[in-house]
Structures are given as C-alpha cells and as structure tokens.
Ligand binder design. Structure first.
Ligand code: BTN
Length: 268
C-alpha cells in the first residue's frame, strides 16, 4: 500500500481534478462517500474531487450488482463532477469515464484496451475495469455526478463469484507490470479533465465519441442487449451517436439504444 497515495497522485497532476482527494482505508462505497461529501453543506466536494479507498464493504456495480475486490487488489475511486447539465446528457459522462480509463490504462501499462459499450474496459474479451456513474438532481437539473471506477490490478487471492471470475481479468494476469495506484489514478484524471471541459465547447461530444468509437470492441459485432426494461434484443451494433447512444440494426430496423447492457457479443 502506498504510504502517500494522496501526495503522490497530486504530485503527478497539474489541473483541478484531484486537487481535493480523500483516501480511506475502508468505506462502504466510494460512490456513496463521494455523494455524502458532495452533499456536505459545510464543506462540499468541489468539481474534480476524488474519494479513493483500499477496501469497500458495499462496493456497488451496475444494475444493482455488487463490486467485489480485496485490499490492494484494485484501484477503486470515485470522481465528483458538478456539471450544470440536463439529465439526458448523463450518458455522455459514462462514455467519457470509459474513454479516460481505457486510454489511461493503455498509456500506463501498454495494454491494448477496448471499450465494451457503454463503458466496460476489456482486454482480450475479458473485463478489466468497470464504471458506475450515479447522480443527484434538483429541480430537473443534475447537481452532482459521481463517476466510480474499479480497475482490477491483481485478483490472485480474491474470492470472486464464479460467473464474475470467468469474465474478469487483471493487469497482473495479463503479464505486465502492475502500476502504482497514484500513477494510474493520475493518468485517468489527466485524461478525464480536458475531455470533460471540452464537453461544453464545439470540440465537445464528438471528441469523446470518436475516441470511444476507436476503442470500441462492439461496433460491427452482433450484440444481445439487455434493455433498461429487462427485455433482451439482438442486432448488429452500427455506430455511436453524439449523446453516447449505440445505434443497433435490429431485425425490425435501426434504432439508438441509450442505456442497456451487452450480455452477448459475437463478431459479425
Ligand atoms: C460495474 O462494472 O458494474 C461497475 C463497477 C464499479 C465499481 C467501482 S469501485 C469504485 C466505485 N465505488 C463503488 O461502489 N463502485 C465503483
């Protein structure tokens, strides 16, 4: 465990992301802690604040699942964002965090990372990192977004549920040197900050979406999607739209899918 996780990370950064970092040995979930910090009226978490933990007792995954990770087996953190944007732009932040994580892991480790829409980071078809974006709204506007990232560093010794173990991989398992958490965290924040700032300019969504498309392992493949209402549907993934939606050619026609999960993927 790095003695100076916070100072080492901050020493590698020069922007506003990561200027405020809370490092906890153990917490229920970094996402929950980040939401609590953001709601703290006396000293609210600023835009770009980070909560990082060695261990989570209630790590949260997408679709109500839990995220299981042992001490030091993973980099687990949440980034607080305080955008003023309508709720229908939330999916773009999910895309953004996936891109930042995939690019940073590739840069620091040399691994060929892919993005499985919407934001799983995969290597050789197995999941290396997961992202859970949660938000709090007031008056129809998103007030706080918390982007939680879990990256598998070394899963040896972690007792994973069988179905998770079958689909997961770690940096150690992929045979490259496991980077320190400060290096990895700083690289992700350094990727995320300019992408985030560009969301509000003309150079905005297309930049993130183009990067997501370039890393996508989904485009051109036949995918079975579980949609938010629980139904599954199969079609060929065609392209990403500027809001992060995935356009899929279903047997009855092409349509964009804004949120869902790919439960099966076959090269077309
Ligand atoms: C998924 O793939 O289902 C998303 C997993 C996200 C896990 C991370 S670990 C840090 C942050 N805190 C949480 O409780 N979850 C996210």
């Amino acid at each position: 465990m790095e003695p100076g996780l916070v100072s080492e990370t901050q020493g590698l950064l020069c922007g506003r992301f990561g200027r405020a970092i809370r490092h906890l040995e153990e917490i229920d979930s970094t996402n929950l802690e980040a939401l609590r910090w953001a709601a703290d009226e006396a000293s609210p978490a600023p835009d770009g604040a980070v909560v990082v933990a060695d261990l989570q007792s209630e790590g949260r995954g997408r679709w109500g699942r839990t995220w299981v990770a042992g001490p030091a087996s993973s980099l687990m953190f949440s980034l607080v964002l305080r955008p003023s944007l309508p709720p229908d732009r939330l999916e773009l932040l999910t895309t953004l965090m996936g891109v930042a994580t995939a690019e940073a892991v590739a840069e620091v480790t040399g691994l060929k990372t892919g993005l499985k829409w919407p934001n799983d980071v995969v290597v050789n078809g197995r999941k290396l990192a997961g992202i859970l974006v949660e938000s709090q709204s007031r008056g129809g506007r998103i007030e706080t977004v918390v982007a939680g990232v879990g990256i598998n560093l070394d899963l040896s010794g972690v007792d994973l549920p069988e179905e998770v173990a079958a689909r997961a991989t770690s940096i150690a398992e992929l045979g490259v040197a496991v980077p320190g958490r400060p290096q990895l965290l700083a690289a992700i924040l350094s990727w995320a900050e300019p992408l985030y700032d560009n969301l509000w300019t003309d150079a905005g969504p297309p930049e993130v979406v183009a990067l997501a498309g370039a890393r996508s392992v989904v485009l051109g493949a036949e995918v079975t999607l579980r949609l938010s209402d629980g139904r599954t549907s199969t079609g060929v993934a065609r392209r990403l739209l500027a809001d992060g939606s995935l356009v899929v050619a279903f047997p009855d026609g092409e349509r964009p899918v804004r949120s869902g999960e790919i439960v099966n993927l076959r090269e077309a």
